[in-house]
Design a protein. Structure first.
Length: 378
């Protein structure tokens, strides 16, 4: 069976976790700080804070952006549901915008129409690793005095206009879930260039505690902590950070290997007329966290039928990114909402296997089966 995805982990990561356990520092400590510093170096961001995962990072993003009850935040519906959930965590309302069908990223023309007096922020998602047009959204948010938040869960190592994601705007949230290009098991990171934001994020992730464990541990003087505001336990552990440091060292290589497979898929599948493949425009560089194919109406098989046929041939696939407004947790509140472009993209796209190392035979099998099921002999 060819899986849809597989984390790239080796004895390096295992050794690093092992060594860290034996130091006795297993919660947030020196390895977390090292991981943050290295993430800054890698992305070109000014500051970084490691967080327990991207969902909790997005929750903190909402708080530091000042989002609260009855505010509106515009985001794409077609995204992992955590994008919308974080808005609800602070009592605000997700306002769902359409996507561009060519890159699955939020459609700025639709966003402009959705801005009201209650709008406080826009969340853009670099969907499955393809950067959104950050500059256009920065301009729009500046004009309307809105906060811009980048959900970069899938986009570690992707770049936009020659700079790595994480270095462009003031609140960028990453994930290190095993389904992303590098992993710490569970894990997340926020990057920012705003010194007040980083201070508050670091406070909020440790119960609002004024002194962290490490500072207290290393202090020669008696130190008592105070809890300055309502905080959370959203810390990453040193064990996770130790794994993350090794993963980050390999990130560019991992992306290079992933792109070789993605470019092969594009090369081999580009002549199948009934499908649409990802397009990387000038200035956009994707880490190909996933490889999604859109099936046009004239395909000889429907989406679910294609997925079943591939499964029967030993190839796992997944549906494309789903829409949040049609999920059970949201659908009663959004029953009158129709987003035809997002719904069509969600209902007619599939993700095909892409991981490293993926053998040439496996890549060839995916290609040949897609050709077999999708090309009609006229
Ligand atoms: C994976 C993902 C998340 C959630 O990340 P976790 O680290 O699993 O919490 C949020 N947004 C998007 C777009 C994602 O793909």
């Amino acid at each position: 069976m060819i899986p849809i995805s597989k984390p790239y982990l080796t004895t390096d990561e295992a050794q690093s976790a092992y060594d860290t356990i034996l130091t006795g520092w297993v919660t947030q400590g020196p390895r977390v700080e090292e991981f943050e510093n290295k993430f800054c170096e890698y992305t070109g961001a000014k500051y970084a804070a490691a967080i327990s995962n991207c969902t909790t990072a997005l929750h903190l993003a909402m708080i530091i952006a000042g989002i609260g009850k009855d505010d509106e935040v515009i985001c794409p519906s077609m995204s992992y549901i955590a994008t919308a959930n974080c808005i609800k965590y602070v009592g605000a309302k997700p306002v769902f915008a359409e996507i561009n069908p060519d890159n699955y990223n939020i459609d700025i023309k639709h966003v402009k129409k959705l801005i009201t007096d209650k709008t406080k922020a826009v969340i853009i998602v670099h969907q499955i690793g393809m950067p959104a047009d950050i500059d256009e959204f920065k301009k729009l948010c500046d004009e309307h005095n809105l906060k811009l938040i980048e959900d970069a869960a899938c986009a570690a190592g992707s770049s936009y206009k020659g700079k790595k994601i994480g270095s462009h705007s003031d609140i960028v949230c990453f994930s290190f879930h095993p389904r992303k290009v590098i992993t710490t098991g569970e894990g997340g990171m926020i990057t920012t260039s705003n010194p007040d934001f980083i201070k508050r994020i670091k406070l909020l992730r440790q119960h609002g505690m004024s002194v962290n464990d490490r500072v207290r541990h290393e202090s020669g003087k008696l130190l008592f902590e105070d809890h300055l505001e309502l905080g959370y336990n959203y810390r990453m552990t040193d064990i996770q950070a130790a794994i993350g440091i090794r993963q980050l060292e390999k990130l560019d290589w991992i992306i290079n290997e992933r792109r070789k497979i993605a470019l092969r898929y594009i090369q081999e599948l580009k002549d199948i007329e009934c499908i649409k493949l990802p397009v990387e425009k000038e200035g956009y560089f994707s880490n190909y966290q996933s490889f999604s194919i859109y099936l046009k109406k004239d395909c000889p098989v429907g989406r679910d039928e294609l997925m079943q046929k591939l499964l029967d041939a030993g190839i796992s696939t997944r549906r494309g990114v789903t829409t949040s407004h049609r999920e059970t947790a949201y659908k009663s509140e959004y029953k009158n909402l129709h987003l035809p472009v997002s719904e069509d993209a969600a209902d007619n796209s599939i993700m095909i296997p892409l991981y490293i190392p993926m053998s040439d035979e496996d890549i060839d099998l995916v290609i040949s089966k897609l050709k077999e099921f999708l090309i009609t002999i006229k």
